[in-house]
Design a protein around this ligand. Structure first.
Ligand code: 5GP
Ligand code: ZN
Length: 119
């Protein structure tokens, strides 16, 4: 069922403290932790604690939770001091776009120049 934990999901295991992570922010509904393979000086993943496959699944199933993820993304950017000059929030969606973990996550990338268009 949408939102239920999945036994085969890496990020559900991080939520359950079964896999360690460097958590930088946590609320009742959301957890933010450092990416294990950072692509920028600041590279934090923000996830809902509930399992949704991707951004659209989350927005359709729990729009208030999607808003929580975005709000925490902004709070992480502020605490990481990347709000100025700016940072990127990325939801890779689908394997062809580089999604490898199918528990929705916002990448917060900052602390270096960010090219546009991205690769
Ligand atoms: P995706 O490729 O799905 O957009 O992003 C998945 C991200 O999860 C990647 O950037 C990858 O480095 C990160 N990742 C994969 N396994 C782990 C892990 O065990 N711990 C942490 N903190 N990040 C992980
Ligand atoms: Zn999950």
């Amino acid at each position: 069922m949408a939102g239920e934990p999945r036994v085969d999901c890496l990020f559900c295991k991080i939520v359950a403290n079964e896999v360690p992570a460097t958590v930088v922010r946590e609320t009742d509904t959301v957890v933010a932790f450092r990416d294990i393979n950072p692509q920028a000086p600041t590279h934090v993943l923000v996830i809902p604690k509930a399992h949704y496959r991707d951004a659209l699944d989350l927005a359709a199933g729990a729009p208030e939770l999607a808003a929580d993820v975005l709000r925490v993304a902004g709070e992480v950017a502020a605490q990481e001091s990347v709000t100025d000059p700016g940072y990127r929030i990325v939801f890779n969606t689908g394997a062809g776009a580089g999604q490898t973990v199918f528990h929705v996550h916002a990448h917060i990338l900052g602390g270096r120049g960010l090219e546009w268009p991205p690769g």
